[in-house]
Design a binder for this molecule. Structure first.
Ligand code: G6P
Length: 364
């Protein structure tokens, strides 16, 4: 069947808007009767290590998942980009799983990394959108993310669905390893089930986000900051913006600001701060204030409580619904995507087919 834009100006806009629906589908597929429904062979109980490998946006989903596997399951977790992993001869413990994350399932470096890991680890697991892909076929266990066909070169709905599936894996690992009891699991699953609704609420903020994006489109350089599991999202936000608007953007861990990027700050540099009001909020806010003291233009993305406490002196504050800290990387992906999208639209670039980029990189 032919995939249409269904009234949207770009596939990317359509795919951003589809996220509440596809995410709900993915959650439904993997959660039944208050339990996580995953293949039985996925036994994390006595595992020594997990290795996660991917390219591009999928690699940022892996980086986020590392925070989850460590904190929820106490599982050693290593993450690498496939083009490095495949050549650096990493020793892989037998008692480990290697997880490969890929929208297309055809990325050459990720496939080569999978082949390197084969016969070295207990199980090759893939998290893929295209269920018939090479990566899916060559895995012991292929977990579909159920995002539906993604056409826009810049990945959006595949990213949030990858995150949801990886979070469910981490929750299941935590359960099997005795760190999450039934009551806690039920709480987590309830929160996850509310995410599509929160995404819908977030999407209603699109006009405000678009206005901010139009202002950002004037900039030459943009920084994204985040701490903890919001750090990989800072990297993803910067990637999205540079890919489609051609504005130079970098993502940094908030705490690294003073080790370099603060030298770039002046009144022309927008700094996007991804800061739900979680345990690390005060730390991030103090980094943000260092930016404001140097006249950087701060766009604070937070929730209502965070906005109350910290919006004084920011250039713009975008308020999202409150939600458990665990889920924030998934919800906060939406404003990051929308900022990039509307900055690109304001600049008039080819959003769905940015120059020099391909949807699926099947050559090295
Ligand atoms: C390309 C695409 C990105 C994608 C990356 C990895 O660079 O433009 O959007 O994240 O490949 O692709 P995969 O299909 O393996 O997720």
């Amino acid at each position: 069947t032919r995939i249409e834009k269904a009234g949207y100006k770009h596939f990317m806009a359509k795919e951003i808007a589809e996220q509440p629906i596809v995410l709900a589908d993915a959650i439904k597929h993997y959660c039944r009767g208050g339990k996580i429904n995953l293949p039985e062979e996925l036994d994390f109980a006595t595992l020594d290590r997990l290795t996660l490998v991917a390219c591009g946006t999928a690699s940022y989903a892996c980086m986020t998942a590392k925070y989850w596997f460590e904190s929820l399951a106490g599982l050693n977790c290593e993450v690498d980009i496939a083009s490095e992993f495949r050549y650096r001869e990493p020793p892989l413990p037998q008692n480990s799983f290697a997880i490969f994350v890929s929208q297309s399932g055809e990325t050459a470096d990720t496939l080569a990394a999978l082949r390197y890991a084969r016969d070295k680890v207990a199980k090759i697991v893939s998290v893929v959108n295209v269920a018939t892909s090479s990566i899916a076929r060559e895995s012991d266990i292929a977990l579909p993310i159920l995002a539906g066909v993604e056409v826009g070169v810049a990945s959006t709905k595949a990213f949030t669905c990858q995150l949801a599936v990886l979070l469910l894996l981490a929750l299941e690992a935590g359960r099997q390893r005795g760190r999450i009891d039934d009551a806690a699991l039920a709480e987590h699953l309830k929160a996850l089930a509310s995410l599509p609704g929160l995404m819908n609420q977030t999407l209603t903020r699109e006009p405000t986000i678009a206005a901010t994006a139009a202002a950002i489109a004037e900039a030459q350089d943009v920084l994204f900051l985040g701490r903890g599991a919001m750090f990989p999202l800072a990297l993803e936000g910067a990637l999205k913006l540079k890919e489609i608007s051609y504005i130079h953007a970098e993502g940094y861990a908030s705490g690294e600001l003073k080790h370099g990027p603060i030298a770039l700050i002046d009144k022309a540099v927008p700094v996007i701060v991804l800061a739900p009001r979680d345990a690390l909020f005060d730390k991030t806010v103090s980094n943000m204030q260092e930016v404001m003291a140097r006249h950087g233009k701060v766009v604070l993305i937070t929730d209502a409580k965070g906005a109350d406490e910290a919006s004084y002196g920011t250039w713009k504050t975008l308020t999202l619904p409150e939600l458990p800290a665990l889920l924030a990387p998934i919800l906060y992906a939406l404003p990051a995507q929308l900022l990039a999208y509307h900055a690109a639209v304001a600049k008039g670039t080819d959003v769905d087919q940015p120059r020099n980029l391909a949807k699926s990189v099947t050559v090295e």
